[in-house]
Design a protein around this ligand. Structure first.
Ligand code: ARG
Length: 396
C-alpha cells in the first residue's frame, strides 16, 4: 500500500473499513477483523488512494467536437455523463471536479450517484461555465448572428457575473468555472488572449468565496493567467503560457495549476476525425508544446500542480494515460501520484477526508499490479476500485 503522505510503501497492509470510512490500518495477521467482516484479499497488488481528476467534462464526448456538438440535447448530456462516470470510475478515478458545461445536467447525475442509484465517481460540479460574450466556454460561437445563440454562462461586467454565480449556486454548483482567456476548441477565440478583465474575475471570486465556493479559471495566455491569479482564483486550468512572473505569482498566491498535457496528442492525432475545427488544430500546434514546457518549468519551480485532464476532449476512461506524460515532462512518479491524490484533495478543500488511505478518510481505494513508483504506466490498468467502501470493479 502506498502511503502518499510519506511516499513509502506499507508491506502486507490490512485496512479495516466501516460504513465507507477507513477505521484502522495495520498489517495482515496483526489487525483482527470483526467476526462479521467481509474480507477482500488483494494479493500481488499495490493499493493506492482512489484518484482525483481535477478537470473533467463528463457531459461531453471525445467523438463530438466542433459543429457536431450543436445536435446534443440536455437529455443526451445527462445520459452521456452517466456512461462517462462509469468509465471514469472504472479507470480508478473515484472523485472528479467537473469543470462545466452549458447546462445543469451534471447536478442530476451527481445526486443520483450520491444516492447510490447509479455508479460513478464523487462529483464536484461547476455546472455552467461563466465568461463574457463570445468567450471560450461561456458562449456558443458556431452559429451566425441571425441564429441569436447566446450561451447560458454569458455575463459581461462584475454584477452580471455575480448574478450568474448566484444562479449557479441556486441550481446546485459546488464550485465556479470561468474562462479568462480564449481556447483551442472554441471558434474564433485565441488561447493567448485575455477575455475577462481582472475586475470581472475578482467579482466572481469575491461572490463565490463569500458563499464558500472555489473558482477554477481556464487560462492559457500569460496575461489571462496573471489576471486570474491576482483576481484570486483557486486553480488555473491549462496554464499553457507561463512566464517567470506567472510562476512567482502562483507561488505567492498559493494558486494551483492543473495542466492537461495528454490532450495535445489526442487532438493532433484524432481531432480531425472527431469533428474539431481546422482552426482548433492550428491553435493546438502552438499551445501543446508551450504547455508542456510550462509544465516542466512549473514543476521545477515548486508550484503546486494537480492532475487535471480535461476529459471529453479525449475519451473518458483514458484519464490514467496522463500520469506517464506528467513523469515524462518533469515529475517524479510520486509527485504525479500525489497530484491526483493528496495534493488534489487539498486543493479541492477536501484534504481532511479524501486523497489518502488513512484512518478517518473515505474508503476510496484502487489496486494495480506492478510498482507504480518504478513504472507509472502501472496506473493504466486498475484492477480493483472501491469508493466509499463499496467495490465498483474487481477485475482480478
Ligand atoms: N478545452 C481546452 C481548450 O479548448 C483544451 C486544450 C487542449 N490542449 C492542450 N494542449 N491542453 O482550450
Amino acid at each position: 500500500m502506498l502511503d502518499v503522505k510519506t511516499g513509502r510503501y506499507v508491506e502486507n497492509p490490512a485496512i479495516l473499513i466501516t460504513d465507507g470510512t477507513i477505521m484502522e490500518i495495520g498489517t495482515q495477521g496483526a489487525l483482527t477483523a470483526p467476526a462479521n467482516a467481509e474480507v477482500i484479499d488483494l494479493p500481488g497488488h499495490t493499493l493506492l488512494p482512489g484518484f482525483i481528476d481535477m478537470h473533467t467534462h463528463l457531459t461531453g464526448k471525445a467523438t463530438l467536437h466542433g459543429y457536431r456538438r450543436l445536435g446534443v440535447s440536455s437529455g443526451d448530456k445527462a445520459v452521456t455523463a452517466i456512461v462517462n462516470g462509469e468509465k471514469t470510475l472504472a479507470a480508478g478515478f473515484t472523485t472528479v471536479r467537473n469543470l462545466g458545461s452549458g447546462g445543469y445536467e451534471i447536478t442530476s447525475v451527481r445526486d443520483a450517484i450520491n444516492r447510490g442509484e447509479i455508479d460513478g465517481p464523487r462529483i464536484f460540479a461547476a455546472t455552467v461555465s461563466l465568461g463574457g460574450t463570445g468567450g471560450h466556454c461561456s458562449d456558443n460561437n458556431l452559429l451566425p448572428p441571425e441564429a441569436e445563440a447566446v450561451g447560458e454562462g454569458v455575463a459581461d461586467g462584475p454584477w452580471a457575473l455575480r448574478a450568474k454565480v448566484r444562479q449557479n449556486i441556486k441550481y446546485g454548483a459546488d464550485l465556479i468555472k470561468i474562462c479568462s482567456t480564449g481556447g483551442v476548441l472554441s471558434k474564433g477565440t485565441i488561447p493567448g488572449v485575455q477575455q475577462m478583465t481582472e475586475e470581472e474575475i475578482r467579482a466572481v471570486v469575491e461572490e463565490a468565496h463569500m458563499r464558500g465556493l472555489k473558482v477554477a479559471s481556464h487560462s492559457h495566455g500569460t496575461e489571462g493567467i496573471k489576471a486570474a491569479i491576482r483576481g484570486g482564483v483557486d486553480t488555473i486550468e491549462h496554464s499553457s503560457f507561463l512566464d517567470d512572473e506567472a510562476i512567482r505569482l502562483a507561488k505567492r498566491h498559493g494558486t494551483a495549476l492543473s495542466m492537461d498535457i495528454y490532450n495535445t496528442e489526442y487532438i493532433l492525432g484524432e481531432g480531425e476525425k472527431a469533428g474539431m475545427l481546422e482552426e482548433s488544430l492550428a491553435k493546438e500546434r502552438v499551445v501543446g508544446g508551450r504547455q508542456r514546457e510550462s509544465f516542466t518549468r512549473a514543476v521545477e519551480a515548486g508550484v503546486t500542480v494537480v492532475f487535471g485532464s480535461d476529459s471529453a476532449v479525449y475519451p473518458h476512461g483514458d484519464n490514467p494515460k496522463q500520469f506517464s506524460r506528467m513523469v515524462r515532462f518533469g515529475m517524479t512518479e510520486l509527485q504525479a501520484i500525489r497530484a491526483a491524490t493528496i495534493t488534489a484533495a487539498e486543493v479541492l478543500g477536501q484534504g481532511e477526508w479524501l486523497g489518502q488511505i488513512t484512518p478517518g478518510y473515505a474508503a476510496d481505494i484502487v489496486a494495480v499490479t506492478g510498482d507504480p513508483l518504478e513504472d507509472i504506466t502501472a496506473l493504466e490498468g486498475v484492477d480493483f476500485v472501491m469508493r466509499d467502501g463499496k467495490v465498483y470493479k474487481d477485475a482480478r
